[in-house]
Design a protein around this ligand. Structure first.
Ligand code: GLP
Length: 248
């Protein structure tokens, strides 16, 4: 795993954006696996800026997103479709039909999840998968469990995830209890993985993902088995690794 240690959130966002822009410039018709949350938000701001300056174009890029809350409509301001539109898609030249975010309103989750995986396979899998990480080590919405789930699936969110994400909702009760998440199979099938992490509260998850036991109790730990992972993190998120003497 290659690790970039950046001094703060802005620096890590710029670094992550430059890696994504490099992928697009190298392969204009690439398939990007995209993530939501606070971690990639800054990278999207840089990408929008660079698009406006003419440095990068998304016109042939295809994207598949990691996850979506069950029960939220695309125009709900906390849905991940809304996040992607407002943070990236509405500001760049990506074609709407080239973007996919799981459908939180699907009436047939089983069929929907199978189709989502079939679509990812039809694209030849993802070229670069952007990931944040949950405080509990989740990637996408693959929560700590006693096994890894390979396929796109419906997940019961962990109480700790509901707590963490309640900051975005009026009350904790408003946080959806389930989500649709890409499985570990599609994430590990990506040719490259770009993991971004910021802040002290991610330090444990980062430590266990980089050098803990490989276990579904910390889903991010599976990334140790992927041969092309780049971690871009600030000093706070790397603090447990550096305290343990791991060279970053
Ligand atoms: C969310 C998302 C993940 C994200 C993680 C961390 O619940 N499902 O894709 O990586 O939790 O979020 P944040 O970057 O806001 O800390």
């Amino acid at each position: 795993m290659q690790i970039y240690r950046e001094k703060d959130y802005d620096a890590l966002s710029r670094r992550a954006a430059s890696i994504i822009a490099g992928e697009i410039i190298h392969n204009p018709a690439c398939v990007l696996g995209l993530a939501t949350g606070s971690s990639p938000e800054g990278a999207y701001r840089y990408l929008v800026d660079w698009y406006k300056k003419g440095f990068v174009s998304f016109k042939d890029v295809r994207s598949v997103n990691l996850d979506e809350y069950v029960g939220l409509a695309p125009d709900h301001d906390q849905s991940y479709r809304y996040f992607m539109q407002s943070n990236l898609f509405d500001h760049v030249d990506i074609l709407p039909e080239h973007t996919r975010v799981p459908d939180g309103l699907t009436r047939d989750p089983g069929a929907f999840c199978a189709e989502y995986d079939a679509y990812i396979r039809s694209l030849g899998y993802v070229d670069m998968q952007l990931l944040g990480i949950g405080r509990n080590g989740h990637i996408g919405f693959n929560e700590p469990d006693d096994h890894f789930v390979k396929e796109t699936h419906v997940v019961d969110l962990a109480e700790s995830t509901i707590d963490a994400n309640s900051r975005f909702f009026a009350t904790r009760d408003d946080v959806p209890k389930q989500a649709i998440s890409m499985g570990i199979g599609a994430i590990m099938g990506a040719k490259k993985v770009l993991l971004v992490a910021s802040g002290e509260e991610k330090a444990d998850a980062v430590y266990h993902s980089v050098c803990g036991s490989i276990t579904p109790k910390c889903p991010g730990s599976i990334l140790q088995l992927h041969k092309n992972v780049v971690l871009v993190a600030d000093e706070a998120a790397l603090s447990k690794l550096t305290a343990a003497g791991v060279e970053v």
